[in-house]
Design a protein around this ligand. Structure first.
Ligand code: ATP
Ligand code: MG
Length: 252
């Protein structure tokens, strides 16, 4: 199956589930399962999980601590492999690709913000942001990195090492690193988890500006209702499966 890059579609914010189902999904999971061995016992984290996300959608995944949200995000991004089921990204079956193949599929078009940031400790903020551009260097790479650090409010922190940055600043470096390649698909695990409300709002605005202007698909794990409330769809992960979640009912 071939996949064409998403065309920004401003009517998408009102996209009904029926019109969504007509679009080629950018991500599709069926019967997805993840089991690990914990001690000497098998532990089922995800079971028979189904999910389809169309290009340009914004989807929030909520759930209790330990429900398996980070595990799911890692699987959807092809960073980890499922123990059951099928998964495709950009129309390519991830099960048919090895680790290098999955990395090639992601290169330049998938951004990932880890819950624990995963910045390289010996590299400066700017060097960390430039890492994803190494595979496809451009003459503007450095200025793009600077530009993104400025957009997340860290223009004055370019040469700081991660240990010289606060948790929220490290989180924003991780966001800049995820955006620097202008990806069409961004996964972010608690992207506002370490930010104060004002900085969190700035990051949320940035995410949705990208979603609106460039059609960037957003798959966000979050406990933050300000963030989840801006997404087109909210899903709750419970007992290893996803179910639609109505945020208004949660608040009521
Ligand atoms: N490799 C592993 N071996 C054993 N247990 C694991 C492994 N990976 C994850 N788990 C367990 O699976 C469960 C889900 O973990 P995960 O990190 O996905 O949860 P989460 O929903 O992201 O939680 P939080 O909101 O606290 O970040 C946890 O109970 C965790 O201890
Ligand atoms: Mg987590």
């Amino acid at each position: 199956m071939s996949y064409s890059e998403p065309v920004p579609n401003r009517s998408s914010s009102n996209m009904s589930s029926s019109s969504r189902s007509n679009a080629t999904p950018i991500l599709h999971a069926q019967g997805l399962g993840k089991q690990v061995v914990s001690g000497d016992r098998p532990l089922t984290i995800l079971r028979d999980l189904a999910l389809s996300i169309a290009a340009g959608e914004s989807v929030a995944i909520l759930g209790a601590s330990g429900a398996g949200k980070s595990t799911l995000l890692g699987l959807l991004a092809g960073l980890d492999t499922p123990t059951a089921g099928e998964l495709s990204m950009f129309g390519h079956s991830l099960g048919k690709l090895d680790e290098d193949g999955r990395a090639q599929l992601r290169a330049g078009r998938v951004g990932f913000v880890f819950q624990n940031f995963q910045l390289l400790p010996t590299l400066t903020a700017l060097e960390n942001v430039l890492l994803p551009l190494e595979l496809s260097p451009t003459v503007e790479a450095e200025s793009r990195g600077r530009e993104w650090l400025e957009r997340v409010g860290l223009g004055e922190r370019l040469d700081h090492l991660p240990k010289q940055l606060s948790g929220g600043e490290q989180q924003r470096v991780a966001l800049a690193r995820a955006f620097v390649t202008s990806p069409s698909l961004v996964f972010a695990d608690e992207p506002t988890g370490n930010l104060d409300p004002a900085t969190g709002k700035r990051v949320i605005d940035l995410l949705f500006d990208l979603n609106h202007e460039s059609g960037t698909t957003l798959v966000l794990v979050t406990h933050d209702h300000a963030l989840a409330g801006r997404c087109q769809r909210c899903l709750q992960l419970d007992d290893g499966r996803l179910a639609p979640l109505d945020l208004d009912e949660v608040k009521a």
